[in-house]
Design a binder for this molecule. Structure first.
Ligand code: C2G
Length: 128
C-alpha cells in the first residue's frame, strides 16, 4: 500500500484544496493530511476562520482523505513520514524546495497550485 502525506490549514475549503487532495490521493492508495492546529497557525501568522476540530471534521468527510493528524510543529514531518511509513510527501508548489530535506525519507512532489483561488482571496472578496 502506497501512502501519501500532505500538510495544510485547509480553512474555508475551496477547489484549490480539493484539486491538491485529489492529485495527492491519485499518487498512492492512502492519503494522510497533517492539519495545522490553531496554535501552529498562530506561529504561521495565520488565523483560521474554522477551529481545528471543525476543519478536521470537514477534511475527514472528503473522499480523497483517509486520515487526518495534527500538524503542531515544523519539525514533526520526518517523524510523521517515518512513523506512518509514508512513501510520498506532496505539497503545492508555493512550497517548492522548502521540504527537500524529506527526500532522505520519501519521495517529495510539489504540485502546481490552482490559480485564482485562495482562502485569503475569499476573505478579501467577501469584505466587499
Ligand atoms: N493550494 C493549492 N492551490 C491553491 C491554494 C492552496 O494547490 N489555490 C494547496 C497549497 O499549496 C497546500 C494546500 O493546498 O499544499 C493547503 O493550502 P493551505 O491550507 O493554504 O496550507 P498552508 O497554509 O500553505 O500550510 O507545513 C506546511 C503548511 O502547513 C502548509
Amino acid at each position: 500500500m502506497k501512502k501519501v502525506i500532505t500538510y495544510g490549514t485547509y480553512d474555508l475549503l475551496h477547489v484549490g484544496h480539493i484539486n491538491l487532495l485529489r492529485r495527492a490521493k491519485e499518487l498512492g492508495d492512502y492519503l494522510i493530511v497533517g492539519l495545522s492546529t490553531d496554535e501552529f497557525n498562530a506561529g504561521k501568522h495565520k488565523e483560521a476562520y474554522h477551529t481545528y476540530e471543525d476543519r478536521k471534521i470537514i477534511l475527514e468527510s472528503i473522499k480523497y482523505v483517509d486520515e487526518v493528524i495534527p500538524e503542531a510543529t515544523w519539525e514533526q514531518k520526518i517523524d510523521d513520514v517515518v512513523n506512518n511509513k509514508v512513501d510520498i510527501f506532496v505539497m503545492g508548489d508555493d512550497w517548492k524546495g522548502k521540504f527537500d530535506f524529506l527526500k532522505d525519507y520519501c519521495e517529495v512532489i510539489y504540485l502546481p497550485r490552482t490559480a485564482g483561488i485562495s482562502t485569503t482571496k475569499i476573505k478579501t472578496d467577501l469584505h466587499g
